[in-house]
Design a protein around this ligand. Sequence first.
Ligand code: HSE
Length: 369
Amino acid sequence: MRIGLLGFGTVGKGVYELVSRREDMEVAAVLCRRELELEGVRVTHDFTDILEDASIDTVVEAIGGVHPAYEYVRAAILAGKNVATSNKALMAHCYDDLVPLAAEKGVLLRCTASVGGGIGWLSELERVRRVETVTQVGGIMNGTCNYILDSMTRLGLDYGDALRQAQDLGYAEADPSTDVDGIDTWHKLIVSANIAFGASLDMDTVPVSGIRGISGEDVENFRNHGFVCKLVSHAQRGADGVHAWVQPTLYPVGQPEAAVPMNYNLITLVGDVSGRQSFFGQGAGRYPTAYNVVQDCVDFTRGRGYYAPCGEKLRASNDAKLPWYVRGDCPFAVKERWGSGAVTQPVSVADMHRWLKETPGAFAAAIAL
Ligand code: HSE
């Protein structure tokens, strides 16, 4: 296998290092904006050099973001090259374009590292589908948010200090919006749900709220009532349609989610035969992520391509009613007070997300019972 590697940042460099140890594949060319010298490897600023090199059979995309990654991946597929990517934004936004295109062209396309980093979550999801119907996927998919929430819960830090610590450790970006506003988790949920259900979930019907508004006082209120807050995703398919969302959720102490430490992920599926299966591990970082990109390349040598057919378009209905912890001027019927916060009677996901959008500075977390 001769690889054209797009990007030489955290993931790209990790892929280069892992591939360099192997006999069955080599990095033939690297697309990189900065000056770089790698022995025996062509380094280029021009993607056409990789696209037009017929000796390169596989493209590894590690640039991130939707553009120009989409244009590069699409062109690679059209040129008959297999593609492995770690890019969740690309796969969430362009799934129903790229997956059918790869199938039509007979090209292999995998993205295992895009959700769960070093956890073999998507490849296991693919195996689960061979034997049973997956009815539910979701969980803790963002290491940065888990690190912030865990530091607030265990060390009593306030949000700002926990975020700064996550930035110092290289988990959170200088602009942390994609992580703390739930966008990264949203992308990962869409990719997971598409594979789990063999469908294409309409992203715009999946509401997202993040952890930006949480305060130390909220965390104290949760602790006093035996709960821990986590940012989680959820997609469920049943007779009453699809329910899907990303939102802070309170778990009773003793539940597996409540115990997930630091920057780890815990991702769960429910199958109609095997029941609940959960996957715990490092959801980010150079080597865990590069590991799953290389696993995808090894799968290419065995003819394993895209994970599931991209079937019908699904829309999430957000009418499920849940109890919530709310801080702010709560317009919903209140069941009890938790310090400065209120616990509501069941409120639909749609109504709560609408209120959050209209109320700057408000915070709400669903209560998992
Ligand atoms: N920012 C992501 C996280 C990186 O914190 O989980 C891995 O996708």
